[in-house]
Design a binder for this molecule. Sequence first.
Ligand SMILES: NC(=O)c1ccc[n+]([C@@H]2O[C@H](COP(=O)([O-])OP(=O)(O)OC[C@H]3O[C@@H](n4cnc5c(N)ncnc54)[C@H](OP(=O)(O)O)[C@@H]3O)[C@@H](O)[C@H]2O)c1
Length: 284
Amino acid sequence: MSIVVTAASGNLGRLTVEALLTRGVPASEIVATSRDISRIKDFADRGVEIRRADFAEPGSLPAAFEGVDKLLLISTTTPSERVANHRRAIDAAVVAGASLVAFTSMLHADTSTTTLSPTHWATEEYLRERLPSVMLRNGWYLENYTDQLPQILRGGTLVGAAGQGRISAATRADYADAAAVVLTTEGHDGKAYELGGDEPFTLTQLAAAISAATGKRIGYTDLPVDEFAQVLVGAGVPAELAQVLADADRAMSHDEMFTGSGDLRRLIGRPTTTPAEAIAAALR
Ligand SMILES: NC(=O)c1ccc[n+]([C@@H]2O[C@H](COP(=O)([O-])OP(=O)(O)OC[C@H]3O[C@@H](n4cnc5c(N)ncnc54)[C@H](OP(=O)(O)O)[C@@H]3O)[C@@H](O)[C@H]2O)c1
């Protein structure tokens, strides 16, 4: 019986496989899947079984999920195909006899007004009706900001549309560690964890943290949602994704990406990585 991690070539999937290994799961008990197994060959070299799985190709899933005990279903990247893809993966997990499926949903998937939330909520509902399950409602990634540090430093400003909304962002590594915990410990069936960092921040505060870390004066420029979307398009973000990201900022301005649940800290058994630590790590 194995722990199966989907999307193992992606950022979060990769970190989750690493977290499982760090937590002492034998490599032989982990199955990592990807649409292209050449991208996860490094895991095979370390004894992890790699299998091809494409949720758009249901025929690929029985062999991919064979022998699964617990499955981590990482939400896929294409919003328009997401629900159908996730349903096919869940159907295959049912057939394979999974004892638990953990799904990487999004913060407040049940009440969120973002354009991102309906696909996550629909997946949660479909999954809950079919299998023992746990929802990992991941908040925003800190990397969404730290990856932009070169541009922010060049421009002297952090641009967004989140007003003074509080954002409980955390690193992918912390979310991945939480996933590893629910896959390796008991008592998670039926839970929906609202996962976010211990130190919520406004974008004004984040700009101040970047200033403190770099010694450069960085401000926060708050734009109307449509203008922010245009700025993102101008920076090379595809128009559809720019709308999604600007809409997420709109929701952030209403604290929709804030949580004070403490679920992430409790699951991983330590404080979450702070924004200042993530900025310092990205600058190294
Ligand atoms: N919380 C946030 O701030 C935030 C930000 C961005 C995204 N997300 C969500 O979190 C997920 C994981 O984040 P990430 O950073 O790891 O994303 P990522 O690096 O882009 O990885 C996404 C993964 O989705 C998998 N995928 C796409 N289509 C698939 C399909 N048809 N069948 C099976 N797998 C498919 C890909 O797997 P293969 O290519 O290996 O098949 C890829 O590894 C994203 O997919 C997205 O839903 C959250």
